[in-house]
Design a protein around this ligand. Structure first.
Ligand code: SAM
Length: 239
């Protein structure tokens, strides 16, 4: 089993109230180990060094809890979850959360099925494109939170994600350096889809890498016209 050194991130997590218990570290290690192993045959991530996995995947996702404190048993959908970021990390820290992991690629969900089994956690796996799943009454406006990391530019991501959120729930988009210009371009999209003006929380990983959490509250229902087909969303993103 690969050795993961959590010491660089433990004090950071503790500073905002997340204690990396033995159980959490064991589950993160199982997850990281499977990520490295499966990545040899399935394309899951470009980050494969254990020290980088700890910072660029685990810490990045745990920072979610710095500014967002979901109530017990809140429902969260992670859209375009890929190898499980941020969803699986959120669940490892908070196993009470009712997590749904959605991705268009089945091979990634097959990997996640193994991760959930080996870590003893449970989540709902949905194989669907986000713009299709959002039309299904099982998922539409059913979640306290929708989140996504590294899936699409913000105006596109808004249309893919906000339809899933209940009125009163939150959209949390995890973004990098160019967040300010993305938010400026997405202001109209938030409004059209029924979400409030977003707040942006800026973070820096242990090196110099910039991260940002874009958080917006859903204040009214999304019109049934949205989301449109992916071709239309891409060609004519909401402004
Ligand atoms: N969120 C993960 C992360 O941060 O590591 C994965 C990011 S990966 C670059 C983008 C993922 O989004 C892929 O797994 C892809 O299959 C998925 N994806 C892209 N467009 C999607 C869509 N419209 N519906 C569902 N999944 C989508």
């Amino acid at each position: 089993m690969t050795e993961f050194d959590f010491s660089p991130i433990e004090p950071i997590c503790r500073s905002f109230g997340v204690e990396l218990t033995r159980e959490i570290k064991t589950r993160l290690s199982i997850y990281g180990d499977l990520l490295i192993e499966y990545n040899k045959s399935v394309n899951l991530t470009a980050i494969v060094e254990p020290s980088e996995i700890v910072i660029k995947h685990f810490l990045d996702c745990i920072l979610f809890f710095k500014n967002i404190c979901p109530k017990e048993k809140s429902s969260i959908i992670d859209i375009g979850t890929g190898a499980g970021f941020p969803g699986v990390v959120l669940l490892i820290i908070r196993p009470d959360l009712k997590l749904t992991l959605m991705d268009a690629l089945e091979k990634r969900l097959n990997f996640l099925r193994v991760v959930l089994k080996k870590t003893g956690l449970s989540a709902t796996l949905v194989h669907s494109r986000a713009e299709d799943g959002a039309k299904d009454p099982l998922y539409r406006e059913q979640f306290d939170y929708a989140t996504a990391r590294a899936v699409a530019a913000l105006p596109v991501l808004c249309e893919l994600s906000i339809p899933y959120i209940k009125v009163g729930g939150y959209f949390v988009a995890m973004k990098g350096d160019a967040v300010d210009s993305e938010v400026a371009k997405a202001n109209g999209a938030f409004k059209i889809l029924g979400a409030d003006n977003p707040s942006v929380y800026y973070e820096t990983l242990t090196g110099k890498e910039k991260r940002a959490f874009v958080v917006s509250k859903k204040i009214s229902q999304t019109s049934p016209k949205y989301p449109r087909s992916f071709a239309k969303i891409k060609k004519n993103a909401l402004k």
